[in-house]
Design a protein. Structure first.
Lengths: 363, 437
């Protein structure tokens, strides 16, 4: 960690590491304690992200997508437990002490939050925000170095250097979000989590921010986890997409492939219920997401699935390649018994008789 | 769909089927100046949140108000209900009961509250719109109690019927519950039940689905369509989401900085958007089809400060199609120099900033400015700097508005073209406010 302060410091990567994933998560579980019992907010999630890759994490509220983002950075609230394997460039992050993890944040792992106004200090100039960030991680950095490094990042993000001494309130919402992104990037982290970075923004500004995120790999070579509920943003900005439902990833694969040929019934239904400019009829998924204190047995989606089989409530499907066998890069993985029919007993393949979903269970 | 709802005895178009006539409506807010200017008696300026808007709302239609935050769409919606002080214009409501039209803008106090039974609102955030300490039964029935229209068993029966109308059935399951027991979609249904329980004629729905998950949005929109049919409602649907507006509305008005820039039948606006702002909005929506990418040449910047709107067309500083007469002014030059500085090295920026100073002279309403070199720089250096900026990007729309850039003895003079008058005028079946038409 005693690397010199220059644009090429980039922690301890050597050329051989180039193809290794920056972040590798295996069977991550994050539970929250509540008086009614543990909430299984994230329940056995695995994925990896490479250098310069953007993975989109999409799901409805309560699916666990934000919890994953915070879990990766070690920013979970008290009363939560994380288990599984989480490695950053080969280092097991979950084995580190809180102090050691703190050192990883900022320089290696960074986060872009949703509400830029609440994250910037109204009494500090832009310059002071950058000075604070850089000084925390490089105590010996000079004033000139702070200014040069910050202005270079701000330029790429589209903030004119003439605003260096301005206060947050002098900027518009989109500009503040740009400053937030620049504050994360000035430390040149290898991995960034962006949690709903455009939710509070207008559509034209949103397009500008998506463009900036999309260009991150060219400008900074950063691996990015983009968390959003907006499928359009995923299709626009991401290389790969993971679809979450009730604490689990149900489908993960190349973004173009998943959107043009969705495999899991939940992905299919979610795409159908999204209202776009081409929508000519309304479609919605019946029922509501399950209670994660006591989730349904077997596949969590079977109570709302349009084509459940008798076997679906009995056992949980694994994440497997949709063409059969183990996961392969460049091809979609999904967890659905319909895609793994060979493992379903022949007498359990009939349609499941379900109680009709009562109105009071509707979302 | 809307045709079936139209009042049968008024088959001819015209004033007869207009339920709400918004006529040159203005909602201006006075800003308080800073401490010193207040002592000196200076005015703090005015924000024209709604600036001269005219809409004729037809009975039974869904009228969409679409725009970015700060466009004035919510203020306009609230003005229709008399929830914000109106500074000019009329809002004539022709009630279904056949009485004389009522001007909401001139109603106050008790009379306004009484009349508001006919105009109700559905709020954006169902988590904030419900009182967490009231049961669903109490808050859905509250409007009836406030207006003294029902009590006891009758009240209960009406609440039950309203809840069933919005799909919260069986109603007994919900009446004793608190908002925290309900999901987001169920809360929004309760908010809608509270809005329809007074049997209103017009419902103003301010982003009713934007806080909800994708899979729930369609359910709430479907509910609103069913209710419209069943209760003969007229909707004002306020949104920033063009996709739902396209599906949901019969007519849409696109708003920008307090003004309507384009208004017309939904099908026409979406098939052939004419205002450059509408065109940009439509292109900017991220599509779930990965083969359709958002173009990269979208308008720069953001919606400007409403306290000091741009001269001429408010959209001109962001407009890719802007022409000479769109209202270019010295402030735009400052923005362009700023943008130029994001493309140059830090050293060049520092050198150029020392040369031009803080560009305060550009903060003027005049059409002609003279820039003088600061910090001992020469006029020639200043001239070269602007020449370079111009050659760097000659396609920059601002240069179309510059009629003269000249080197004089002690500085550089830049003069802008006179802005043209712009107003809504008919193009096809829509009305557009743009110099291109």
């Amino acid at each position: 960690m005693s690397s010199p302060i220059n644009p090429a410091f980039e922690t301890d990567v050597n050329a051989a590491d180039q193809d290794l994933p920056v972040v590798n998560a295996e069977d991550i579980r994050i539970w929250y304690g509540t008086p009614k019992g543990p909430v299984r907010a994230v329940d056995g999630v695995s994925f990896s992200i490479r250098r310069g890759e953007i993975l989109g994490l999409v799901g409805e509220s309560g699916s666990g997508k934000s919890t994953i983002g915070r879990g990766l950075l070690g920013l979970l609230p008290p009363g939560s437990v994380i288990d599984g394997e989480l490695s950053f460039k080969g280092q097991d992050l979950l084995a580190l002490s809180p102090k050691e993890r703190f050192k990883y944040r900022g320089r290696n792992l960074a986060m872009i939050f949703q509400e830029p106004l609440t994250r910037l200090n109204p009494l500090m100039r832009v310059s002071e925000h950058f000075a604070e960030t850089l000084r925390t991680h490089f105590p010996k950095i000079s004033d000139e170095e702070i200014e040069t490094r910050s202005l270079n990042v701000l330029k790429v993000i589209g903030i004119p250097p003439s605003r260096w001494l301005a206060y947050p309130h002098e900027f518009s919402g989109g500009m503040r979000q740009r400053i937030m992104i620049a504050l994360a990037l000035v430390l040149q982290p290898a991995f960034v989590v962006a949690d709903e970075p455009t939710t509070a923004l207008d559509v034209l500004v949103e397009a500008q921010i998506i463009k900036i995120l999309h260009d991150l790999r060219e400008n900074f070579d950063t691996a990015l986890l983009l968390i959003t509920h907006n499928l359009g943003i995923i299709a626009e900005a991401c290389d790969r997409v993971a679809v979450m439902y009730a604490g689990k990833i149900v489908e993960i694969g190349d973004a173009v492939e998943v959107f043009s040929n969705p495999q899991h019934p939940y992905t299919q239904e979610l795409l159908r219920s999204t209202i776009t400019l081409r929508t000519d009829g309304l479609h919605s998924i019946p029922g509501a997401p399950p209670d994660l204190i006591d989730p349904p047995s077997g596949c969590h989606f079977y109570p709302r699935c349009p084509k459940p089989m008798e076997y679906c409530p009995l056992a949980e499907p694994d994440m497997l390649n949709v063409h059969g066998g183990a996961s392969r890069p460049g091809s979609t993985d999904a967890a659905c018994w319909h895609l793994q029919l060979n493992d379903v007993p022949a007498d359990k393949r009939g349609p499941l008789e379900r109680d009709e979903i009562a109105a009071f269970e509707e979302a | 769909m809307s045709e079936t709802v139209t009042v049968p005895e008024a088959p001819t178009a015209g004033k007869a089927d207009v339920i709400l006539d918004v006529d040159h409506l203005q909602v201006h807010f006075k800003l308080r100046g800073a401490g010193l200017s207040r002592i000196l008696g200076r005015e703090g300026g005015i924000v024209k949140a709604v600036d001269d808007v005219t809409i004729a709302l037809k009975r039974g239609e869904v009228f969409g108000l679409v725009g970015e935050s700060g466009s004035g769409k919510t203020t306009l919606g609230r003005a229709v209900l008399g929830l914000v002080p109106i500074t000019g214009g009329l809002i004539r409501h022709q009630s279904l009961d056949g009485g004389a039209p009522v001007d909401i803008a001139s109603l106050k106090g008790k009379k306004l509250r009484k009349h508001r039974q006919k105009l109700q609102m559905v709020f954006q955030d169902p988590h904030a719109a419900l009182n967490p300490a009231m049961t669903i039964e109490t808050q859905v029935g509250h409007p009836l109690v406030i207006h003294g229209r029902a009590k006891g068993a009758e009240l209960k029966a009406k609440v039950k019927s309203a809840l069933e109308h919005v799909g919260l059935a069986p109603a007994e399951q919900f009446m004793s519950k608190y908002p925290s027991d309900l999901s987001g979609g169920q809360k929004q249904r309760a908010v809608i039940a509270r809005a329809i329980i007074l049997e209103p004629e017009v419902l103003v729905a301010d982003e009713p689905v934007s806080m909800l998950d994708m899979s729930v949005r369609a359910k709430i929109l479907q509910l609103m369509l069913d209710l419209k049919q069943y209760l003969q409602l007229t909707y004002i649907y306020i949104t920033h989401d063009l996709a739902t507006a396209k599906f949901f509305c019969d007519r849409v008005a696109i708003m920008y900085l307090g003004k309507i820039v384009e208004v017309g039948p939904t099908a026409e606006i979406f098939a052939e958007p004419r205002h450059p702002y509408t065109q940009a909005l439509l292109k900017a929506i991220p599509d779930v089809d990965p083969s359709k990418m958002v173009p990269r040449d979208l308008p720069r910047g953001e919606i400007p400060d409403a306290a000091r709107p741009p001269r001429g067309c408010s959209f001109h500083p962001r407009c890719p199609l802007a022409r000479a007469e769109c209202g270019w002014e010295p402030r735009d030059l400052k923005a362009m120099v700023d943008e130029h500085w994001t493309r140059v090295s830090v050293e060049q920026f520092e050198k150029e900033q020392a040369l031009v100073g803080n560009l305060k002279e550009l903060n003027t309403d005049k059409l002609k400015v003279k820039l003088e070199p600061a910090h001992g720089g020469s006029v020639d250096e200043l001239w070269t700097m602007f020449e370079n900026i111009r050659t760097e990007n000659p396609e920059e729309p601002l240069w179309r508005g510059v009629t003269r850039m000249e080197k004089v003895k002690d500085g550089v003079v830049i003069e802008f073209a006179k802005p043209a008058e712009i107003a809504l005028h008919p193009v096809g079946n829509a009305d557009v406010s743009c110099v291109l038409y």
